[in-house]
Design a protein around this ligand. Structure first.
Ligand SMILES: C[S@@+](CC[C@H](N)C(=O)[O-])C[C@H]1O[C@@H](n2cnc3c(N)ncnc32)[C@H](O)[C@@H]1O
Length: 317
């Protein structure tokens, strides 16, 4: 039985090319602005995306920062119009890099969201271990997710995304509840520092797309910021990750992707998800710790008892 069957998302839905309120899964092959213009006002509960960062990836033309921000503003304007009054927008971004100088994209995008009257609820730090090695600055090992709501009355379901407590056995030691367990048995709030592996070469979800986000990152947002049956949109869909996270939990998913080969990849992965065959890293799996796992490569050869490895074999120097 697939997850969709278990939670009432029965039957295998067709992946539609065009948005209509009665659909369940939509992948629009084209520009997100064209898709957004077909979506009625206030009809989406969550909009989550990782837009192009304007750093010259194969799917983007590097633009002057001001022009890039103007283009983002056009998309954000349409998103705000289509967002439900209790809805949320999450923009996942890193840095724009100009001749070695970085511009944190969340900082320059924040004023745009604020001008539309949105309220920021969190700026999550997404920390991961793998990425480019820098020589002239510290290697970047986090990106951010800026989360905004349209009003003060917004959907926020904490229980489905709680994580294990550090000290579940801890008890109140004084007062009227002395002797009772002090923490929530469902787990604790995951906080705003999210340690989740990014999708690099040996990640189970890796495709040929250069910057997928992991499904588990979006599952946390879908579960906490939407209810079953709600619409979740990703205007820059890439390989379909957002739609996959949405339909996995009985939500409806819609996204736009402009590059034909990624549209194909997104559709293929979504079909696999609908059939229950897509392999992803589970949300509850702890981050791999090579030392704990006894990986022999974690022992530096030059620290072995045998002493220093001979670097100049036979040489008098
Ligand atoms: C950072 S990637 C998103 C990857 C995605 N989060 C995933 O998990 O696969 C941005 C994507 O936006 C697409 N894109 C760029 N401009 C677009 C536009 N105007 N409309 C729709 N898609 C666009 C790019 O082709 C690229 O696949």
């Amino acid at each position: 039985m697939t997850v969709q069957d278990q939670i009432g998302f029965k039957g295998t839905y067709q992946v539609s090319n065009e948005f209509a309120p009665f659909e369940h899964v939509v992948v629009y092959p084209g520009n997100c602005l064209d898709l957004l213009r077909t979506i009625p006002d206030e009809s989406l509960q969550l909009i989550v995306t990782s837009p192009p960062y304007n750093i010259g990836k194969e799917y983007e033309k590097r633009l002057h920062l001001d022009l890039y921000l103007k283009q983002q503003e056009q998309v954000i304007a349409e998103c705000v119009r289509a967002l439900s009054p209790r809805g949320s927008i999450c923009w996942q971004v890193g840095n724009y890099v100009d001749k070695g100088a970085i511009v944190p994209l969340d900082a320059v995008l924040y004023p745009i969201f604020a001008r539309f009257g949105l309220k920021m609820r969190n700026r999550m730090i997404w920390h991961f271990e793998h990425g480019l090695h820098c020589n002239r600055r510290f290697s970047g090992r986090y990106e951010t997710i800026i989360w905004f709501t349209k009003s003060d009355d917004y959907v926020f379901n904490l229980d489905p995304v709680r994580v294990p407590q550090k000290y579940p056995g801890k008890k109140h030691f004084k007062g009227p509840r002395a002797g009772q367990y002090s923490c929530n048995p469902l787990g604790k709030n995951p906080g705003d520092l999210w340690v989740i592996p990014n999708v690099k070469s040996n990640h189970v979800e890796k495709t040929e797309h250069p910057c997928q986000f992991p499904v588990e990152l979006i599952e946390r947002l879908v579960l906490s910021l939407t209810n079953e049956g709600d619409w979740v949109l990703d205007p820059f869909l890439g390989t379909g990750t957002t739609v996959i996270a949405a339909i996995r939990h009985g939500r409806r998913g819609v996204g736009a992707e402009i590059v034909t080969k990624y549209v194909g990849l997104a559709k293929q992965r979504i079909e696999m998800e609908l059939q229950g065959t897509l392999k992803t890293r589970p949300m509850e799996r702890p981050v791999y710790d090579p030392v704990e796992a006894g990986n022999s490569l974690t022992v530096a050869p030059w620290n072995k008892e045998a002493g220093q490895i001979p670097l100049f074999d036979g040489s008098k120097k």
